[in-house]
Design a protein around this ligand. Structure first.
Ligand code: ATP
Ligand code: MG
Length: 256
């Protein structure tokens, strides 16, 4: 039996730490000797660039292409996947993924194209993490259809928390109609600033409403994380003793 865990990292709210979380969980697991594939399912291609591939527009084999291949019943050529020097493999993305959304909407089985790709590669990996875009579009629905669980990063702000209900509703719809094994891996509080009472208040609200879903680990805010993202590195190689690196290591123990 295949032991690979597939986790979609999603929240339709922008800038809550989805890409950062995907990269830091992925590289953290690779540092523990796990085989990891990261899938960039966002046309913004932030994950692709954060892993050091600075010209996503030049890449020909992308998440979009993999989905087209599955729609055409082509076999996946695994040698097309990229390798990052921090030990993870990558199915990259670029802007063309936005155009693909409209093309796949009329297709039969349009929600299961990414699942078709993952089925063909999952025996090579212990973990596959899918970095979703800040929309609940057909590509995100593909990620939910392919995943075992959804990990939801959120910032401790009222606006960020307001959208959680819609997201959880979409996850349960996909579970009902397309993927009965789908679960919520957990809600992850990111970019927490312990100096503000406001953050603490929002965390209290989150715990009141979603207690059992919230990870014990909270990711603190640190300028080092922003610098690492800009530098195309994980927090472990940019600042390995930073509080964000330590928090992501704790999170991995909860997710594993
Ligand atoms: P989008 O919705 O656009 O895909 P996202 O949810 O993927 O955004 P990220 O790109 O991971 O969010 O993070 C948004 C910004 O916040 C980035 O500049 C990133 O470097 C920064 N950031 C993420 N986590 C932290 C942190 N713990 N401390 C400080 N900055 C952070
Ligand atoms: Mg992102």
């Amino acid at each position: 039996m295949c032991k690979c865990k597939v986790i979609a990292i999603a929240n339709q709210k922008g800038g809550v730490g989805k890409t950062t979380t995907t990269l830091n969980i992925g590289v953290g697991l690779a540092n523990l000797g796990k085989k990891v594939l990261l899938i960039d399912a966002d046309a913004q291609a932030n994950l692709t660039v954060s892993l050091g591939f600075n010209r996503p527009d030049m890449l020909s084999y992308t998440t979009g292409q993999a989905m087209v291949d599955i729609a055409n019943e082509d076999k996946i050529d695994k040698s097309n996947l990229l390798h990052n020097d921090e030990g993870v493999d990558l199915l990259p993305s670029n802007l063309r993924l936005s155009a693909l959304e409209n093309q796949i909407i009329p297709l039969l089985g349009r929600e299961s194209l990414l699942k078709g790709f993952i089925e063909q590669v999952k025996s090579d990996y212990d973990y596959i993490l899918v970095d979703c875009s800040p929309t609940l579009n057909i590509i995100t629905i593909n990620a939910f259809t392919a995943a075992d669980s959804v990990l939801i990063p959120t910032q401790p702000s009222y606006l960020a928390v307001q959208g959680l209900q819609d997201l959880l509703k979409t996850v349960s719809q996909v579970k009902r109609q397309l993927n009965p094994k789908l679960s919520i891996s957990g809600i992850l509080i990111t970019m927490y600033d312990s100096r503000t009472n406001y953050s603490k208040e929002v965390i209290d609200i989150l715990r009141e409403n979603y207690d059992e879903l919230i990870f014990n680990t909270v990711i603190p805010r640190s300028i080092k994380q922003e610098e690492a993202s800009t530098d195309g590195k994980s927090i472990y190689s940019y600042a390995k003793n930073n509080k964000v690196a330590l928090a992501y290591k704790n999170l991995i123990e909860e997710v594993k």
